[in-house]
Design a protein around this ligand. Structure first.
Ligand code: ADP
Ligand code: MG
Length: 713
């Protein structure tokens, strides 16, 4: 492949980016010619006109042209290059707080300069801070068309990027390769669309070019969505070809025995999703299912039933959770349920080292451990399963795509799984499911309390089957949500005292922007001290991410046991923690939390039958989005509605998080706004794969290059 834009960048030596333009380009994902061609302008600048200096008003952006009348380095209030230019109408000062010595030479007295920027009415008259400028002669023509401005980084100047994009575009293969009838009628070709957007025709207005409903944009969005849908369809077909152990046979009735020992009856929704999962597990094709259900809807027991089925059929099950606390809680629950039924459960976390860990690894590798519970440690290199049949990922949105892929691909310790002589691996129709040499994949069950709205699911997880628990276990009293200004802390503390007096427990959550942020930690410890003082005689616990695992576990178990009255914690408790006696959740600086996060936190209370309260403490002033989030919290406690609002507030990219999925790879289309195109792209993808697989492959390659597999995790 041609190295991108090497010649071009050399030609612009002296610019900021000249040191390592390839690297800077690669950082933007611009490696191949086609990547450059598909790098579209964010907006456009109008350099087609020059206005008289005295016609510029304060705050207005415009382009002027004048001759340098003065150029000097000034030292106060700080070092800066100050250049004065004049035209027939007046003069203007350009200020450069950062500049190269060469720039002072370029801007010598007598030079004619074209400058574009925002005018400011300064103390000494009109000025521009860091205008874009170029030295010209009276004959230098003005551009006739708008100038594109590309998404870039500080290392890469627009000039360098523009040249690289133009060169890449000239070299790239942009020929139409989609057969007739695939592209919706009325849209331009890819080449036409790109020409239109990169190199606007003279006279076009920026507003028209930036309007993404323009046919040129529609064509690009369609192409992008088509590539995504194609790659998902291929992944789906690929998976249909893969083999997985069929977990239909029931030897020891483990699943039914587990059901019989549960202290509650499954809700109808739980029964339904459990049946959906069972049907998948019985097939000799890997399951790829997302189990979603609101906080507290009872996903864990559904997972346990699936695990029981896998173990009963002679296979191992791995359950991975995003935090050690959550993993440990699952461990306790699952050991409680399954150990009495004779299942050996292994425990793998980052903090477990040495001999204990080796023992666990041996149990996993020998197959003695039917169930393996843990954190990311489960996907570490050294962990080998004898015969992994089912992988379960809890709170899947907290894991990166690569991690999810890794668990599914966990290789067996030995070749050729042999779960049980009484359980031949038969595929449908009695044929052996695993042809000689072909590897069996594990079934994959992902769980999430952040439901994905349908439109998003369709674009991003078209390839995923979804089961939804849409009902909470009976007897729950809804959590009352209250909003308090931080100035009313005392009232909140009085409320905690009351709760403690009645034997109930409180969570107090402090924000933690970054695990290592000392400031936030101070926040939590200060609150801890404050509560210790305000509530003498009560045990106040502290829990944060930087505590050693053993201390965390101790705090958690004291809280679960009811000894700790108030647990001051950073967001380590955000997901999954389950203590039924906790009835009050206080979130400090609630304005700093995301909406889904707040909902998750609120879900930590109201797990028993006691009426529970969630107090959101905030400090003014609130940003608009913070207001929108808090308002949503007050107005609804339905996880699906929360999720819709969250999506509306944040937009799909952020909603899912950059690492989360292919969302970040959708650059042009918006899965929500462009729903109609999504539907068209889906249909077109199915048709194209059937009619012309070669064209489908070329299309995926053009758009996704080597990134296709990331879309399908
Ligand atoms: P989540 O879906 O948020 O992971 P959990 O699985 O932690 O929820 O379940 C929340 C609580 O509800 C747990 O204490 C669990 O034992 C309990 N639970 C689950 N299913 C039922 C049910 N059908 N009836 C009563 N309680 C249930
Ligand atoms: Mg859970």
């Amino acid at each position: 492949m041609a190295p991108p834009a090497r010649r071009e960048s050399k030609a612009s030596a002296g610019s900021v980016a000249a040191s390592a333009p390839e690297q800077a380009l690669a950082k933007l994902g611009l490696v191949r010619d086609i990547d450059l061609a598909l790098h579209l302008p964010l907006r456009y600048e109008d350099e087609t006109r020059v206005v008289p200096i005295d016609s510029l008003h304060d705050g207005e952006t415009g382009q002027v042209e004048g001759v340098v009348t003065d150029s000097r380095i000034q030292f106060r209030p700080r070092r800066q290059l100050v250049v004065k230019i004049a035209d027939d109408s007046g003069d203007l000062v350009m200020r450069f707080l950062h500049f190269y010595p060469s720039q002072q030479k370029t801007l010598a007295v007598g030079r004619r300069v074209r400058a574009r920027g925002e005018a400011r009415g300064g103390f000494f008259g009109l000025e521009m801070i860091h205008p874009a400028f170029k030295v010209v002669t009276p004959e230098t023509p003005l551009p006739t068309a708008l100038t594109p401005v590309y998404p870039s980084t500080v290392q890469l100047s627009q000039a360098v990027l523009r040249k690289a994009v133009a060169a890449g575009r000239a070299r790239a293969d942009l020929d139409e390769h989609l057969p007739e009838g695939i592209v919706p009628a009325g849209l331009p070709t890819l080449r036409q669309a790109l020409d239109h957007l990169h190199e606007p025709a003279p006279g076009l207005e920026a507003a028209a070019l930036e309007d993404r409903s323009d046919p040129a944009w529609q064509r690009l969005k369609f192409e992008e969505l088509l590539a995504q849908q194609l790659s998902q369809l291929l992944a789906q077909r690929e998976r249909e070809r893969q083999r997985a152990p069929s977990l239909a046979a029931v030897r020891g009735q483990l699943r039914d025995r587990l059901l019989a020992t549960l202290p509650f009856k499954l809700t109808r929704a739980q029964q339904r999703v459990a049946a959906e999962i069972d049907a998948d597990l019985a097939r000799p094709v890997p399951m790829h299912r997302l189990l979603q259900g609101d906080v507290g809807s009872g996903k864990t027991v559904v997972a346990a039933l699936a695990a029981a089925r896998a173990i009963d059929a002679g296979w191992q099950c791995a359950l991975m959770a995003p935090t050690e606390i959550l993993a440990e809680q699952h461990l306790k629950k699952l050991v409680g349920w399954l150990a009495p039924l004779g299942v050996t459960v292994a425990w793998l976390t980052g903090s477990r080292k040495g001999k204990k860990r080796d023992e666990m690894l041996a149990q996993v590798a020998s197959g003695e451990a039917g169930l393996v519970v843990g954190t990311h440690a489960v996907i570490e290199e050294q962990v080998r399963f004898a015969r992994l049949g089912l992988a379960i990922i809890d709170e899947q949105h907290r894991f990166g795509v690569a991690q999810r892929l890794a668990l599914r691909a966990k290789p067996p310790a030995q070749d050729g799984p042999a779960p049980s002589p009484t359980l031949p691996l038969t595929g449908e129709g009695g044929k052996p499911a695993s042809a000689a040499g072909s590897k069996l994949e594990a079934h994959l069950l992902m769980m999430s309390a952040t439901p994905i709205p349908r439109t998003l699911a369709m674009t991003l997880f078209a390839d995923l089957d979804v089961s939804t628990i849409d009902e909470l276990p009976p007897g729950r009293t809804p959590v009352v949500t209250k909003l308090f200004a931080d100035t009313r802390r005392d009232e909140v503390i009085a409320r905690i005292r009351d709760e403690a007096g009645r034997g109930r427990q409180t969570y107090w959550v402090c924000p933690l922007v970054d695990e290592s942020a000392a400031l936030d930690l101070k926040n939590a410890t200060a609150t801890h001290a404050e509560l210790c003082e305000a509530l003498p005689g009560r045990m106040i616990g502290l829990l944060h991410g930087r505590m050693p695992a053993a201390e965390k576990a101790a705090a958690m178990s004291l809280f679960a046991g009811g000894q700790i009255a108030v647990l001051v914690a950073t967001t380590v408790i955000e997901v999954g923690v389950d203590v039924a006696n906790a009835s009050l959740m206080v979130v400090e600086h609630a304005e700093r939390f995301g909406l889904s996060q707040l909902h998750q936190l609120r879900g930590r209370v109201g797990r028993g039958t006691t009426a529970s309260v969630c107090v959101l403490l905030y400090s003014a002033p609130l940003s608009d989005t913070a207001k929108a989030r808090l308002k949503a919290m007050l107005e609804t406690d339905d996880g699906f509605e929360i999720s819709r609002r969250d999506l509306a507030i944040r937009g799909p990219g952020e909603f899912l998080g950059a690492r989360q999925s292919g969302a970040a790879l959708l650059r042009f289309a918006d899965p929500v706004l462009d729903e109609a195109l999504v539907v068209e792209a889906r249909r077109a993808a199915e048709r194209l794969l059937g009619d012309d697989p070669g064209a489908a492959g070329r299309h995926i390659d053009r758009w996704l290059g080597g990134r296709a597999h990331y879309l399908n995790a």
